[in-house]
Design a protein around this ligand. Sequence first.
Ligand code: COA
Length: 148
Amino acid sequence: MPDIKIQCFTPDSRSYEIERLAHAHPWSLSVFCQSHGPAYYNRQLVVDEETVGYIICQQVLDELTIFNIAIDPKHQGQGFSHYLMQDTLNYAANNGMLVFLEVRASNTPAISLYQTYGFRELAKRADYYKTRNGYEDALVMKWQSEQN
Ligand SMILES: CC(C)(COP(=O)(O)OP(=O)(O)OC[C@H]1O[C@@H](n2cnc3c(N)ncnc32)[C@H](O)[C@@H]1OP(=O)(O)O)[C@@H](O)C(=O)NCCC(=O)NCCS
């Protein structure tokens, strides 16, 4: 059995390496480093002492927004994102928070992950994200605990 831990984290070279490896359009190092602090609920997933992914969320009053979730490509497809999603949604449910996110309309793996947890599409922002050749839509999604 692997040793699996979910921990608070501050940006470091390993987490930014995952950011660059996992995303086709990674955040800049400065945006990555700024997305931490008291207004954030950020967790990293450590498997057998290796950081394999993280989730970055901003909290404002009773709303939590998932800004970023990433798993190192060499560890994808093994169920690791579920640990981060479950931890984050437990936190939101325990604190009576709604959860929002935006995702590229072409990001099938992420949309499928979010739908698994009951996220519903709230709106579409046309041509919101840059692509290599132009722009693509963003889906705005919302999650609410069944307890609320
Ligand atoms: C989205 C992401 C975090 C999923 O992480 P993962 O650890 O590979 O996913 P898991 O193996 O835990 O799978 C969780 C769910 O994601 C979905 N999923 C994962 N890979 C998928 C794929 N290739 N195609 C379709 N759905 C997929 C499925 O719904 C899956 O549910 P299941 O376990 O019931 O099959 C990962 O693909 C990633 O880091 N992508 C790049 C960064 C990104 O796009 N982040 C989201 C926007 S910020």
